[in-house]
Design a binder for this molecule. Structure first.
Ligand SMILES: Cc1cc2nc3c(=O)[nH]c(=O)nc-3n(C[C@H](O)[C@H](O)[C@H](O)COP(=O)(O)OP(=O)(O)OC[C@H]3O[C@@H](n4cnc5c(N)ncnc54)[C@H](O)[C@@H]3O)c2cc1C
Length: 407
Protein backbone atom coordinates (compact mmCIF):
# COMPACT_ATOMS: atom_id res chain seq x y z
CA UNK A 1 0.00 0.00 0.00
CA UNK A 2 1.56 3.35 -0.98
CA UNK A 3 1.76 6.08 1.69
CA UNK A 4 -0.85 8.80 1.42
CA UNK A 5 0.70 12.06 0.26
CA UNK A 6 -0.34 15.54 -0.81
CA UNK A 7 -0.71 16.09 -4.55
CA UNK A 8 -1.69 18.78 -7.03
CA UNK A 9 -4.55 16.56 -8.25
CA UNK A 10 -6.48 13.97 -6.27
CA UNK A 11 -8.74 11.73 -8.32
CA UNK A 12 -11.42 9.84 -6.39
CA UNK A 13 -12.27 6.51 -8.03
CA UNK A 14 -10.16 4.02 -9.95
CA UNK A 15 -12.71 2.87 -12.52
CA UNK A 16 -12.19 3.31 -16.26
CA UNK A 17 -13.01 7.02 -15.94
CA UNK A 18 -10.69 7.84 -13.01
CA UNK A 19 -7.84 5.88 -14.60
CA UNK A 20 -8.52 7.51 -18.00
CA UNK A 21 -8.43 10.96 -16.38
CA UNK A 22 -5.16 10.13 -14.57
CA UNK A 23 -3.63 8.97 -17.86
CA UNK A 24 -4.75 12.11 -19.70
CA UNK A 25 -3.35 14.38 -16.96
CA UNK A 26 -0.04 12.52 -16.95
CA UNK A 27 0.20 12.69 -20.74
CA UNK A 28 -0.43 16.42 -20.50
CA UNK A 29 2.59 16.70 -18.18
CA UNK A 30 0.61 16.83 -14.93
CA UNK A 31 2.12 13.97 -12.96
CA UNK A 32 1.69 15.17 -9.38
CA UNK A 33 -1.46 13.06 -9.24
CA UNK A 34 -2.81 10.81 -6.50
CA UNK A 35 -5.61 8.46 -7.52
CA UNK A 36 -7.56 7.07 -4.55
CA UNK A 37 -9.57 3.87 -4.90
CA UNK A 38 -11.38 2.15 -2.06
CA UNK A 39 -11.12 -1.35 -3.55
CA UNK A 40 -7.94 -3.44 -3.59
CA UNK A 41 -7.47 -2.91 -7.35
CA UNK A 42 -8.70 -0.65 -10.12
CA UNK A 43 -11.95 -1.34 -12.05
CA UNK A 44 -13.74 -3.41 -9.42
CA UNK A 45 -17.13 -1.65 -9.57
CA UNK A 46 -19.20 -0.72 -12.66
CA UNK A 47 -16.20 -0.84 -14.98
CA UNK A 48 -15.64 -4.53 -14.21
CA UNK A 49 -19.12 -5.26 -15.58
CA UNK A 50 -18.94 -3.30 -18.85
CA UNK A 51 -19.56 -5.04 -22.14
CA UNK A 52 -16.49 -3.28 -23.55
CA UNK A 53 -17.93 -2.07 -26.88
CA UNK A 54 -16.65 1.15 -28.36
CA UNK A 55 -18.72 2.72 -31.14
CA UNK A 56 -17.61 5.96 -32.73
CA UNK A 57 -20.43 7.02 -35.07
CA UNK A 58 -22.51 9.48 -33.05
CA UNK A 59 -25.12 12.10 -33.85
CA UNK A 60 -22.82 15.07 -33.21
CA UNK A 61 -19.31 15.94 -34.36
CA UNK A 62 -18.05 16.58 -30.79
CA UNK A 63 -19.32 13.27 -29.47
CA UNK A 64 -17.83 11.42 -32.46
CA UNK A 65 -14.46 13.12 -31.93
CA UNK A 66 -14.52 12.15 -28.24
CA UNK A 67 -14.98 8.46 -29.13
CA UNK A 68 -12.32 8.73 -31.87
CA UNK A 69 -9.86 10.05 -29.31
CA UNK A 70 -10.61 7.03 -27.11
CA UNK A 71 -9.92 4.64 -29.98
CA UNK A 72 -6.67 6.46 -30.73
CA UNK A 73 -5.70 5.99 -27.05
CA UNK A 74 -6.68 2.28 -26.95
CA UNK A 75 -4.41 1.71 -29.98
CA UNK A 76 -1.59 3.53 -28.21
CA UNK A 77 -2.07 1.50 -24.99
CA UNK A 78 -2.21 -1.72 -26.99
CA UNK A 79 1.35 -1.12 -28.24
CA UNK A 80 2.84 -1.89 -24.81
CA UNK A 81 3.06 -5.70 -24.63
CA UNK A 82 3.33 -5.69 -20.82
CA UNK A 83 -0.23 -4.58 -19.94
CA UNK A 84 -2.74 -4.17 -22.76
CA UNK A 85 -6.38 -3.06 -22.88
CA UNK A 86 -7.10 -6.11 -25.09
CA UNK A 87 -8.36 -3.78 -27.77
CA UNK A 88 -9.81 -5.66 -30.77
CA UNK A 89 -10.25 -3.29 -33.70
CA UNK A 90 -12.70 -5.58 -35.47
CA UNK A 91 -15.12 -2.96 -36.79
CA UNK A 92 -18.83 -2.71 -36.15
CA UNK A 93 -22.02 -3.33 -38.10
CA UNK A 94 -25.14 -1.31 -37.38
CA UNK A 95 -28.35 -2.78 -38.81
CA UNK A 96 -31.44 -0.71 -39.61
CA UNK A 97 -34.77 -2.52 -39.88
CA UNK A 98 -36.90 0.52 -40.80
CA UNK A 99 -36.67 3.38 -43.27
CA UNK A 100 -36.57 5.93 -40.44
CA UNK A 101 -33.53 4.18 -38.99
CA UNK A 102 -31.88 4.02 -42.42
CA UNK A 103 -32.26 7.80 -42.57
CA UNK A 104 -30.58 8.06 -39.14
CA UNK A 105 -27.64 5.97 -40.43
CA UNK A 106 -27.24 8.32 -43.41
CA UNK A 107 -27.10 11.19 -40.91
CA UNK A 108 -24.53 9.35 -38.76
CA UNK A 109 -22.47 8.79 -41.89
CA UNK A 110 -22.55 12.47 -42.81
CA UNK A 111 -21.32 13.43 -39.28
CA UNK A 112 -18.60 10.77 -39.58
CA UNK A 113 -17.57 12.19 -42.98
CA UNK A 114 -17.40 15.68 -41.48
CA UNK A 115 -14.92 14.63 -38.76
CA UNK A 116 -12.89 12.19 -40.89
CA UNK A 117 -14.17 8.91 -39.40
CA UNK A 118 -14.30 6.18 -42.02
CA UNK A 119 -17.75 4.59 -42.34
CA UNK A 120 -19.60 2.96 -45.22
CA UNK A 121 -23.19 2.03 -45.98
CA UNK A 122 -22.87 -1.53 -47.24
CA UNK A 123 -25.11 -4.18 -48.81
CA UNK A 124 -26.32 -7.27 -46.94
CA UNK A 125 -23.98 -9.47 -49.00
CA UNK A 126 -20.90 -7.52 -47.89
CA UNK A 127 -22.13 -7.53 -44.28
CA UNK A 128 -22.57 -11.31 -44.43
CA UNK A 129 -18.97 -11.67 -45.57
CA UNK A 130 -17.83 -9.59 -42.57
CA UNK A 131 -20.04 -11.49 -40.12
CA UNK A 132 -21.27 -14.83 -41.53
CA UNK A 133 -22.96 -15.67 -38.22
CA UNK A 134 -25.70 -13.03 -38.62
CA UNK A 135 -28.64 -12.82 -41.02
CA UNK A 136 -28.86 -9.44 -42.78
CA UNK A 137 -31.80 -10.13 -45.12
CA UNK A 138 -34.28 -7.84 -43.30
CA UNK A 139 -31.92 -4.85 -43.13
CA UNK A 140 -33.01 -1.56 -44.73
CA UNK A 141 -29.48 -0.17 -44.25
CA UNK A 142 -26.18 -1.35 -42.76
CA UNK A 143 -23.52 1.03 -41.49
CA UNK A 144 -19.98 -0.36 -41.29
CA UNK A 145 -17.32 1.37 -39.20
CA UNK A 146 -13.99 -0.48 -39.61
CA UNK A 147 -12.17 1.22 -36.71
CA UNK A 148 -14.77 0.41 -34.03
CA UNK A 149 -14.11 -2.50 -31.72
CA UNK A 150 -14.17 -3.93 -28.25
CA UNK A 151 -11.87 -4.37 -25.27
CA UNK A 152 -11.83 -5.99 -21.85
CA UNK A 153 -12.91 -3.24 -19.46
CA UNK A 154 -10.74 -4.38 -16.53
CA UNK A 155 -7.76 -4.54 -18.89
CA UNK A 156 -8.37 -0.96 -20.09
CA UNK A 157 -8.28 0.42 -16.55
CA UNK A 158 -5.23 -1.72 -15.73
CA UNK A 159 -3.33 -0.53 -18.77
CA UNK A 160 -4.09 3.12 -17.94
CA UNK A 161 -2.90 2.44 -14.36
CA UNK A 162 0.26 0.73 -15.59
CA UNK A 163 1.19 3.63 -17.88
CA UNK A 164 0.25 6.15 -15.17
CA UNK A 165 2.58 4.58 -12.62
CA UNK A 166 5.40 4.70 -15.19
CA UNK A 167 4.73 8.43 -15.60
CA UNK A 168 4.85 9.04 -11.83
CA UNK A 169 1.15 8.97 -10.88
CA UNK A 170 0.54 7.43 -7.42
CA UNK A 171 -2.37 5.02 -7.03
CA UNK A 172 -3.58 4.42 -3.47
CA UNK A 173 -5.88 1.40 -3.40
CA UNK A 174 -7.67 0.14 -0.27
CA UNK A 175 -8.24 3.82 0.63
CA UNK A 176 -11.65 5.40 1.06
CA UNK A 177 -12.36 9.12 0.74
CA UNK A 178 -14.68 10.07 3.59
CA UNK A 179 -14.79 13.84 3.30
CA UNK A 180 -13.82 16.78 1.09
CA UNK A 181 -11.75 19.45 2.82
CA UNK A 182 -12.41 23.05 1.79
CA UNK A 183 -11.07 26.48 2.65
CA UNK A 184 -12.65 29.80 1.65
CA UNK A 185 -14.84 28.25 -1.06
CA UNK A 186 -11.95 26.26 -2.55
CA UNK A 187 -10.97 22.62 -2.37
CA UNK A 188 -8.10 22.02 0.07
CA UNK A 189 -7.86 18.23 0.19
CA UNK A 190 -9.59 15.02 1.18
CA UNK A 191 -10.02 13.07 4.41
CA UNK A 192 -9.69 9.31 4.04
CA UNK A 193 -9.77 6.27 6.31
CA UNK A 194 -5.95 6.49 6.22
CA UNK A 195 -5.60 10.19 7.03
CA UNK A 196 -5.73 13.48 5.18
CA UNK A 197 -4.11 14.58 1.92
CA UNK A 198 -3.98 18.16 0.69
CA UNK A 199 -4.47 19.03 -2.96
CA UNK A 200 -5.27 21.87 -5.34
CA UNK A 201 -7.87 19.98 -7.37
CA UNK A 202 -10.22 17.12 -6.51
CA UNK A 203 -11.57 15.16 -9.47
CA UNK A 204 -14.69 13.19 -8.67
CA UNK A 205 -14.76 9.99 -10.77
CA UNK A 206 -16.57 7.87 -8.20
CA UNK A 207 -19.20 6.30 -10.50
CA UNK A 208 -22.36 5.41 -8.55
CA UNK A 209 -20.92 7.34 -5.56
CA UNK A 210 -20.21 10.51 -7.52
CA UNK A 211 -23.46 11.97 -6.20
CA UNK A 212 -22.36 11.45 -2.57
CA UNK A 213 -18.87 12.86 -3.04
CA UNK A 214 -20.25 15.94 -4.81
CA UNK A 215 -22.78 16.41 -2.01
CA UNK A 216 -19.91 16.49 0.53
CA UNK A 217 -18.67 19.59 -1.28
CA UNK A 218 -22.14 21.14 -1.26
CA UNK A 219 -22.84 20.28 -4.91
CA UNK A 220 -26.17 18.53 -5.60
CA UNK A 221 -26.10 16.66 -8.91
CA UNK A 222 -28.71 14.36 -10.48
CA UNK A 223 -26.47 11.34 -11.11
CA UNK A 224 -28.92 8.44 -11.32
CA UNK A 225 -27.82 4.78 -11.28
CA UNK A 226 -29.85 2.80 -13.84
CA UNK A 227 -29.68 -0.99 -14.06
CA UNK A 228 -28.08 -2.53 -17.14
CA UNK A 229 -27.46 -6.18 -18.04
CA UNK A 230 -26.11 -8.47 -20.76
CA UNK A 231 -25.23 -12.14 -20.95
CA UNK A 232 -22.39 -14.16 -22.42
CA UNK A 233 -23.07 -17.59 -23.89
CA UNK A 234 -20.90 -20.66 -23.56
CA UNK A 235 -18.70 -21.15 -26.69
CA UNK A 236 -20.65 -21.05 -29.96
CA UNK A 237 -19.38 -22.38 -33.29
CA UNK A 238 -18.50 -19.52 -35.61
CA UNK A 239 -18.24 -16.74 -33.01
CA UNK A 240 -14.51 -16.13 -33.31
CA UNK A 241 -12.89 -13.07 -31.65
CA UNK A 242 -12.19 -11.24 -34.93
CA UNK A 243 -15.90 -10.91 -35.84
CA UNK A 244 -17.22 -7.35 -35.68
CA UNK A 245 -19.38 -5.87 -32.93
CA UNK A 246 -22.98 -5.31 -33.96
CA UNK A 247 -25.91 -3.11 -33.01
CA UNK A 248 -29.56 -3.50 -33.96
CA UNK A 249 -31.07 -0.26 -32.63
CA UNK A 250 -34.62 -1.07 -33.82
CA UNK A 251 -34.52 -4.09 -31.49
CA UNK A 252 -32.50 -2.10 -28.88
CA UNK A 253 -29.81 -4.81 -28.98
CA UNK A 254 -26.02 -4.91 -29.19
CA UNK A 255 -23.45 -7.69 -29.16
CA UNK A 256 -19.97 -8.92 -29.90
CA UNK A 257 -17.90 -12.08 -29.80
CA UNK A 258 -16.82 -12.89 -26.24
CA UNK A 259 -14.99 -15.78 -24.58
CA UNK A 260 -15.60 -18.06 -27.58
CA UNK A 261 -19.33 -17.30 -27.55
CA UNK A 262 -21.61 -14.31 -27.97
CA UNK A 263 -22.19 -11.35 -25.66
CA UNK A 264 -25.73 -10.00 -26.08
CA UNK A 265 -27.13 -6.96 -24.31
CA UNK A 266 -29.98 -4.55 -24.71
CA UNK A 267 -31.81 -1.51 -23.44
CA UNK A 268 -34.99 -2.23 -21.57
CA UNK A 269 -38.18 -0.35 -22.40
CA UNK A 270 -38.86 0.14 -18.64
CA UNK A 271 -35.63 0.98 -16.90
CA UNK A 272 -35.06 0.17 -13.27
CA UNK A 273 -33.30 3.03 -11.53
CA UNK A 274 -32.34 3.75 -7.98
CA UNK A 275 -32.26 6.98 -5.99
CA UNK A 276 -28.63 7.64 -5.00
CA UNK A 277 -29.93 9.21 -1.77
CA UNK A 278 -31.23 5.76 -0.75
CA UNK A 279 -27.71 4.53 0.07
CA UNK A 280 -24.89 6.47 1.68
CA UNK A 281 -21.23 7.02 0.84
CA UNK A 282 -20.18 4.02 2.89
CA UNK A 283 -22.98 1.88 1.41
CA UNK A 284 -23.60 0.39 -2.04
CA UNK A 285 -26.49 0.50 -4.51
CA UNK A 286 -28.73 -2.58 -4.23
CA UNK A 287 -27.23 -5.79 -5.67
CA UNK A 288 -28.27 -6.49 -9.27
CA UNK A 289 -29.70 -9.99 -9.53
CA UNK A 290 -29.85 -11.33 -13.14
CA UNK A 291 -33.33 -10.61 -14.46
CA UNK A 292 -34.03 -13.65 -16.63
CA UNK A 293 -37.25 -12.26 -18.00
CA UNK A 294 -35.32 -9.33 -19.46
CA UNK A 295 -32.34 -11.40 -20.61
CA UNK A 296 -34.52 -14.04 -22.27
CA UNK A 297 -36.44 -11.25 -23.99
CA UNK A 298 -33.17 -10.02 -25.57
CA UNK A 299 -32.60 -13.51 -26.92
CA UNK A 300 -36.14 -13.75 -28.32
CA UNK A 301 -35.84 -10.34 -29.99
CA UNK A 302 -32.52 -11.31 -31.48
CA UNK A 303 -33.63 -14.67 -32.96
CA UNK A 304 -34.46 -13.43 -36.52
CA UNK A 305 -31.00 -11.84 -36.90
CA UNK A 306 -29.14 -14.86 -35.61
CA UNK A 307 -29.57 -16.94 -38.78
CA UNK A 308 -28.39 -20.49 -38.28
CA UNK A 309 -26.80 -19.87 -34.87
CA UNK A 310 -28.62 -21.43 -31.96
CA UNK A 311 -27.86 -19.81 -28.61
CA UNK A 312 -26.19 -22.26 -26.26
CA UNK A 313 -26.25 -22.01 -22.49
CA UNK A 314 -25.76 -18.63 -20.84
CA UNK A 315 -22.39 -18.77 -19.12
CA UNK A 316 -22.52 -15.53 -17.18
CA UNK A 317 -24.39 -12.26 -16.79
CA UNK A 318 -22.75 -8.80 -16.73
CA UNK A 319 -24.74 -6.33 -14.66
CA UNK A 320 -24.48 -3.12 -12.70
CA UNK A 321 -25.57 0.46 -12.14
CA UNK A 322 -24.06 2.77 -14.77
CA UNK A 323 -25.06 6.35 -14.01
CA UNK A 324 -27.36 8.44 -16.20
CA UNK A 325 -28.15 12.16 -16.26
CA UNK A 326 -31.50 13.79 -17.06
CA UNK A 327 -30.19 15.27 -20.34
CA UNK A 328 -28.08 12.28 -21.37
CA UNK A 329 -24.83 14.27 -21.29
CA UNK A 330 -21.68 13.69 -19.25
CA UNK A 331 -21.01 15.91 -16.23
CA UNK A 332 -17.48 17.21 -16.73
CA UNK A 333 -15.63 20.24 -15.41
CA UNK A 334 -15.24 22.51 -12.43
CA UNK A 335 -18.23 23.50 -10.34
CA UNK A 336 -18.95 27.18 -9.93
CA UNK A 337 -19.98 26.30 -6.36
CA UNK A 338 -16.52 25.07 -5.30
CA UNK A 339 -13.25 26.20 -6.88
CA UNK A 340 -11.00 23.27 -7.72
CA UNK A 341 -13.80 20.69 -7.56
CA UNK A 342 -13.94 18.93 -10.93
CA UNK A 343 -16.56 16.41 -12.02
CA UNK A 344 -15.94 13.40 -14.28
CA UNK A 345 -19.17 11.42 -14.09
CA UNK A 346 -22.70 10.79 -15.30
CA UNK A 347 -21.38 8.68 -18.16
CA UNK A 348 -24.72 7.41 -19.54
CA UNK A 349 -23.14 3.98 -20.13
CA UNK A 350 -20.22 5.35 -22.15
CA UNK A 351 -17.64 5.42 -19.37
CA UNK A 352 -15.33 2.77 -20.79
CA UNK A 353 -15.49 3.66 -24.48
CA UNK A 354 -15.46 7.34 -23.52
CA UNK A 355 -12.77 7.12 -20.83
CA UNK A 356 -9.90 8.65 -22.80
CA UNK A 357 -12.11 11.31 -24.38
CA UNK A 358 -13.54 12.21 -20.95
CA UNK A 359 -9.97 12.41 -19.61
CA UNK A 360 -9.04 14.80 -22.38
CA UNK A 361 -12.03 17.02 -21.59
CA UNK A 362 -11.12 17.09 -17.89
CA UNK A 363 -7.62 18.23 -18.85
CA UNK A 364 -9.12 20.87 -21.14
CA UNK A 365 -11.37 22.08 -18.32
CA UNK A 366 -8.34 22.57 -16.05
CA UNK A 367 -5.69 23.84 -18.44
CA UNK A 368 -7.57 25.78 -21.13
CA UNK A 369 -8.39 29.41 -20.50
CA UNK A 370 -11.23 29.28 -23.03
CA UNK A 371 -12.81 25.82 -22.96
CA UNK A 372 -14.87 24.78 -25.98
CA UNK A 373 -18.66 25.33 -26.12
CA UNK A 374 -19.02 21.53 -26.04
CA UNK A 375 -17.18 21.31 -22.72
CA UNK A 376 -19.22 24.20 -21.43
CA UNK A 377 -22.40 22.24 -22.26
CA UNK A 378 -21.23 19.42 -19.94
CA UNK A 379 -20.63 21.66 -16.93
CA UNK A 380 -22.07 20.64 -13.52
CA UNK A 381 -23.37 24.23 -13.31
CA UNK A 382 -26.26 23.33 -15.62
CA UNK A 383 -27.73 21.47 -12.64
CA UNK A 384 -26.54 23.55 -9.68
CA UNK A 385 -27.72 26.84 -11.20
CA UNK A 386 -31.19 25.65 -12.23
CA UNK A 387 -34.03 24.12 -10.28
CA UNK A 388 -35.00 20.47 -10.65
CA UNK A 389 -36.53 17.75 -8.49
CA UNK A 390 -35.28 14.24 -7.87
CA UNK A 391 -38.55 12.84 -9.11
CA UNK A 392 -38.16 14.60 -12.47
CA UNK A 393 -34.46 13.79 -12.64
CA UNK A 394 -35.05 10.06 -12.18
CA UNK A 395 -37.83 9.95 -14.77
CA UNK A 396 -35.69 11.82 -17.28
CA UNK A 397 -32.54 9.77 -16.63
CA UNK A 398 -34.55 6.55 -17.03
CA UNK A 399 -35.98 7.95 -20.27
CA UNK A 400 -32.45 8.57 -21.58
CA UNK A 401 -31.72 4.89 -20.89
CA UNK A 402 -34.99 3.66 -22.42
CA UNK A 403 -34.46 5.70 -25.60
CA UNK A 404 -30.73 4.97 -25.83
CA UNK A 405 -31.26 3.93 -29.46
CA UNK A 406 -34.10 6.37 -30.03
CA UNK A 407 -34.22 7.95 -33.50
C1 LIG B 1 -23.86 -4.36 -17.98
C2 LIG B 1 -23.10 -3.12 -18.39
C3 LIG B 1 -22.61 -3.01 -19.70
C4 LIG B 1 -21.91 -1.87 -20.08
N1 LIG B 1 -21.36 -1.80 -21.34
C5 LIG B 1 -20.58 -0.74 -21.68
C6 LIG B 1 -19.91 -0.70 -22.94
O1 LIG B 1 -20.01 -1.63 -23.75
N2 LIG B 1 -19.16 0.39 -23.23
C7 LIG B 1 -19.03 1.44 -22.35
O2 LIG B 1 -18.35 2.41 -22.67
N3 LIG B 1 -19.66 1.42 -21.16
C8 LIG B 1 -20.41 0.37 -20.80
N4 LIG B 1 -21.04 0.34 -19.59
C9 LIG B 1 -20.95 1.54 -18.72
C10 LIG B 1 -19.62 1.59 -18.03
O3 LIG B 1 -19.39 0.38 -17.35
C11 LIG B 1 -19.61 2.78 -17.07
O4 LIG B 1 -19.96 3.97 -17.76
C12 LIG B 1 -18.20 2.94 -16.51
O5 LIG B 1 -17.73 1.74 -15.96
C13 LIG B 1 -18.18 4.04 -15.47
O6 LIG B 1 -16.86 4.10 -15.00
P1 LIG B 1 -16.52 4.91 -13.70
O7 LIG B 1 -15.05 4.87 -13.56
O8 LIG B 1 -17.21 6.22 -13.76
O9 LIG B 1 -17.27 4.11 -12.52
P2 LIG B 1 -16.81 2.82 -11.69
O10 LIG B 1 -16.20 1.80 -12.54
O11 LIG B 1 -17.96 2.43 -10.86
O12 LIG B 1 -15.66 3.41 -10.78
C14 LIG B 1 -15.88 4.26 -9.68
C15 LIG B 1 -14.86 3.88 -8.63
O13 LIG B 1 -14.95 4.78 -7.54
C16 LIG B 1 -14.62 4.06 -6.38
N5 LIG B 1 -15.12 4.80 -5.22
C17 LIG B 1 -16.42 5.11 -4.93
N6 LIG B 1 -16.49 5.79 -3.78
C18 LIG B 1 -15.21 5.95 -3.33
C19 LIG B 1 -14.65 6.56 -2.20
N7 LIG B 1 -15.40 7.17 -1.26
N8 LIG B 1 -13.29 6.54 -2.05
C20 LIG B 1 -12.51 5.91 -2.98
N9 LIG B 1 -13.01 5.30 -4.07
C21 LIG B 1 -14.34 5.31 -4.25
C22 LIG B 1 -15.33 2.72 -6.58
O14 LIG B 1 -14.79 1.71 -5.78
C23 LIG B 1 -15.09 2.49 -8.06
O15 LIG B 1 -13.97 1.69 -8.32
C24 LIG B 1 -21.73 -0.79 -19.16
C25 LIG B 1 -22.22 -0.92 -17.85
C26 LIG B 1 -22.88 -2.08 -17.46
C27 LIG B 1 -23.35 -2.20 -16.05
Amino acid sequence: MIPLSDAEFIIIGGGAVGCGVAYSLARAGKTDVLLIEKAADVAQATSAQGAGLCGQPRPTAERTRLAMHSVHTFRELQKDPKVQPEWHEVGSLRLALTEKRAQEFRQLKSVADEVGLETELIHPGSAARLCPSLDFKGATAILWCPSDGYMRPYAVASSYAYQCRKLGVRIATDTTVENILTENGRVAGVATNRGKAACRYVINAAGAHAYHLARLAGIELPIVPVRHEYYVTTPLAGWTPELPCFRVPDLTLYGRPCEGGLLLGGWEPKALNTDPRSFDLAGEPPPVVPDWEVLNHFEKQFAPILGQTRISEKARVGRGWPTFTPDGRFIIGESRRMKGYIMAGGCNAHGISGSAGIGRLVVESILEKNPSPYLHSLSPDRFTETSWTWEQARVQAAHVYETYYGV
